[in-house]
Design a protein around this ligand. Sequence first.
Ligand code: GAR
Length: 210
Amino acid sequence: MLRTVVLVSGGGTNLQALIDALAEGKIRNAGIVKVISSKPGVKALERAEKAGIPGAVVAKKDYDGTEAFNRALIESIDLAEPDLIVLAGFLVVLPEELVKKYENRIINIHPSLIPSFCGVGYYGLKVHEEALKRGVKITGATVHFVDEGCDSGPIILQKAVEVKKGDSPEVLQRRVMEEAEWQILPEAVDLIAAGRVRVSNGKAEVTEIL
Ligand code: GAR
């Protein structure tokens, strides 16, 4: 079983998509062993509790500086002995040490078609505001491995979503979640659990079933 730790900061709808996909057998050979939130009292923690998954809070404000926070975050993750770490709306920059330690074992869901609307400052609703401002007709979501950069790691899966006339950032965000994020994040975890995702020369490839 692929021991998966999910890192969250808010609503946790992507976490819920993973929980549901596991329950429905759409993700095989994996389990969520821990959910870690960077904020206390968020809905994502409620979702974890309801699903019987241990939850933990590692919040910056509880630590004396970034280094102490980073150490606590790494310790909380290490304790769960994960094979895979999923960033599901985790709005904290990961410590470099963590990224190195879990190379090609951390994935992130981003609400655009990378390399559009990504990088520093592009998260949550902001991504959709910028996409609408630019007037793109197609947007989407990306699951990628996390490297030392911001949204720059190998791309595993992407799914396109249509922008419709009159979309507000909120309406577009919801469509991208429903049509793309909640589909490709569970799919990526299932593929990884099946050993079907390989990284070489900075690119991720999904291999066929033999
Ligand atoms: C999701 O749309 C996710 O793609 C985005 O935050 C939202 C979290 O929602 N992540 C980023 O913008 C990362 N750069 P959720 O808590 O309901 O899953």
